[in-house]
Design a binder for this molecule. Structure first.
Ligand code: DAH
Length: 344
């Protein structure tokens, strides 16, 4: 048995001498020293020997396996050093290579404008309506009926408003004003809110008009709210947004949901009021509609009009951005042309 052990030992030693890589070393360890390796199968035979032989052969077997372990360990260390050095040489990185260019993303100019407008109104005490109260897919009830828009009003026409085939009376909202109704149904005065969002209109697209755009709706309902409050808030907004030097004008107007109603025009920045393609020759661009909330609207949502009054407004985000940054065509905001977007 001892001879058998010696033979295996010699053959293992020869294998170790011939090994060239860490992988070879691992293989040898597996072949001779693992649980299923050659030594172990021999050691199993020890139990059949006399006690005396068991002791000497056992000791011998232990010694040569220890020897082999030691040799393997040494070789492993040698190879490890060598292979590591080789790999470090080969994998060396060139720190002078230029890095990969990662272009910076930017916030879309309309989002920037919206954020700026929202901030001004927040500073004036308005809070933002929860988006669940300002859905883009609306019923005629919120988009028109509750806003006092007559059944035969031209805005209801399919030429102006997108109707959905989901059900009759379902529209893509044509204005954010419906949010006013949702809010007043859910909240008692005082109410002082704004609601930004996207609206849709069945328009012929041109430099000033797109078939979807963005509005910011405002509503302030409390005791003793007057048209003076409306003018004060909107003038302050315009002063903060444009600076005090930009010519603006209040012009009387009509909306079914406000009485009296007005619109605010801002002088066209493209032609300084001389008249151009963007302002269709008028020298002005309308940026918002506003007025005192019609008593019919307040009564519709159960607000006591002997106690409360309010004003409302709705402004066009694209128009306000065009007038601030001298963008002469609304379509530029939606073409995703990086040369345009990069400038903001
Ligand atoms: N909804 C109107 C529009 O889209 C704008 C507007 C006018 C909103 C008067 C209002 C308002 O809240 O009081 O043209």
């Amino acid at each position: 048995m001892k001879t058998l052990l010696e033979n295996i030992y010699n053959s293992a030693k020869a294998d170790i001498d011939n090994a060239l890589t860490i992988a070879d070393i691992d293989e040898i360890r597996l072949k001779y020293l693992s649980r299923k390796g050659e030594f172990n199968s021999i050691k199993k035979g020890l139990k059949d020997l006399s006690d005396e032989d068991k002791r000497t052969v056992g000791a011998f077997a232990n010694q040569i396996t220890e020897d082999l372990e030691q040799m393997l360990k040494l070789k492993h260390e040698q190879f490890y050093q060598k292979e590591m050095t080789e790999r470090l040489q080969k994998d060396r990185i060139d720190i002078t290579l230029p890095g990969k260019f990662v272009p910076m993303g930017k916030i879309h100019p309309l989002t920037q404008t919206t954020n700026e407008i929202v901030k001004i109104f927040q500073n004036l005490g308005f809070s933002i309506v929860d988006s669940s109260l300002s859905p883009e897919v609306e019923t005629e009830y919120y988009n028109f009926d509750m806003l006092n828009v007559p059944k035969d009003h031209p805005a209801r026409d399919v030429q102006d408003t997108f109707y959905l085939s989901l059900a009759s009376n379902v529209v893509l909202r044509s204005q954010t004003s419906g949010a006013q109704i949702h809010v007043m149904e859910n909240q008692k005065p005082p109410i002082k809110v704004i609601s930004p969002g996207r609206v849709y209109r069945n328009e012929n697209v041109n430099a000033r008009k797109n078939n979807f755009f963005h509005q910011i709706e405002g509503l302030y309902v409390d005791k003793d709210i007057t048209f003076g409050d409306l003018k004060g808030v909107l003038n302050e907004f315009i002063r903060q947004y444009f600076g005090s030097s930009r010519p603006t004008r209040f012009r009387s107007s009509f909306f079914p949901f406000t009485e009296p109603s007005a619109e605010v025009d801002v002088q066209c920045i493209m032609c300084q009021g001389k008249g151009c393609r963007t302002c269709s020759g008028t020298g002005w661009l309308e940026v918002l509609g506003c007025g005192m909330v019609d008593v019919n609207v307040l009564k519709g949502v159960g607000i006591d009009t002997d106690v409360y009054s309010g004003f409302a407004f709705g402004m066009g985000v694209e128009r306000l951005a065009m007038l601030k940054y001298a963008v002469d065509d609304i379509r530029l905001f939606f073409n995703n042309d990086n040369r345009f977007l990069k400038q903001f």
